[in-house]
Design a protein around this ligand. Sequence first.
Ligand code: MF3
Ligand code: CO
Length: 252
Amino acid sequence: MSIIIKTDDQIELMRQSGHLLAKVHEELHQAIHPGMSTLDIDTIGEKLIRQMGGIPNFKNYEGYPASICVSVNDEVVHGIPHAEHILQEGDIVSLDAGLIYKGWHSDAARTWGVGMIAPEAQQLIDVTKQSFFEGIKMAKAGNRLFDISKAIDAYVTPYGYGIVRELTGHGIGQHLHEDPMIPNYRQLRRGVKLEKGMALAIEPMINLGSREVGWMDDDWTVVTYDGSISAHYENTIAITDGEPEILTLLDE
Ligand code: MF3
Ligand code: CO
């Protein structure tokens, strides 16, 4: 496999896909409240995706049973929504969502607090989000792929947080997962040269405690080994001639 370069017209379709996904995330954020179940989030999210003319790309992906990955507290990613899993004030919840529009995939994740949360939880969420922005400062044609990884690591490590290594960002386009894999921690090599037309999903997963993770018996839900909370932030971006374009964010 190699990295598939997209034309301007194809990036335009990915932009449309991404902007729809950004709206889904905004509406999901509004919907979050204590007392709702993680399955409620999936139900709302799938409905939003379909209302917008999209197809949920996670549903049935390698057997994953839902449209939105909902990961609460020590769940890192790929949490499976359940009717019995009720959000409580003080929880943090990571929502990972994706859709296909006109054949083009988008993929993005956000972590939110449920009601009032501990300051240390808010800081973890903020640092995880900012680490994405630090990473994409390097996402320019002519730089190397792992310059992004290094920048994320350099920003997060001074906080003493654990950077998850078992999962990575990825290329994206007419498939949810394309080459290359994009680790969120420092690499020994600088990696391939970034080129205009690459579309990448960059997604740091950061633990309050150690970087160690495990898998639950459902074989999907990734949890922190030490039980500490974890945050996730992801956008689909395009490499351009200049600054990277974030396809899954709307202008504020
Ligand atoms: N954002 C996730 C990823 O990039 C997608 C969820 S995987 C699925 O790997 F299987 F749940 F769809
Ligand atoms: Co992804």
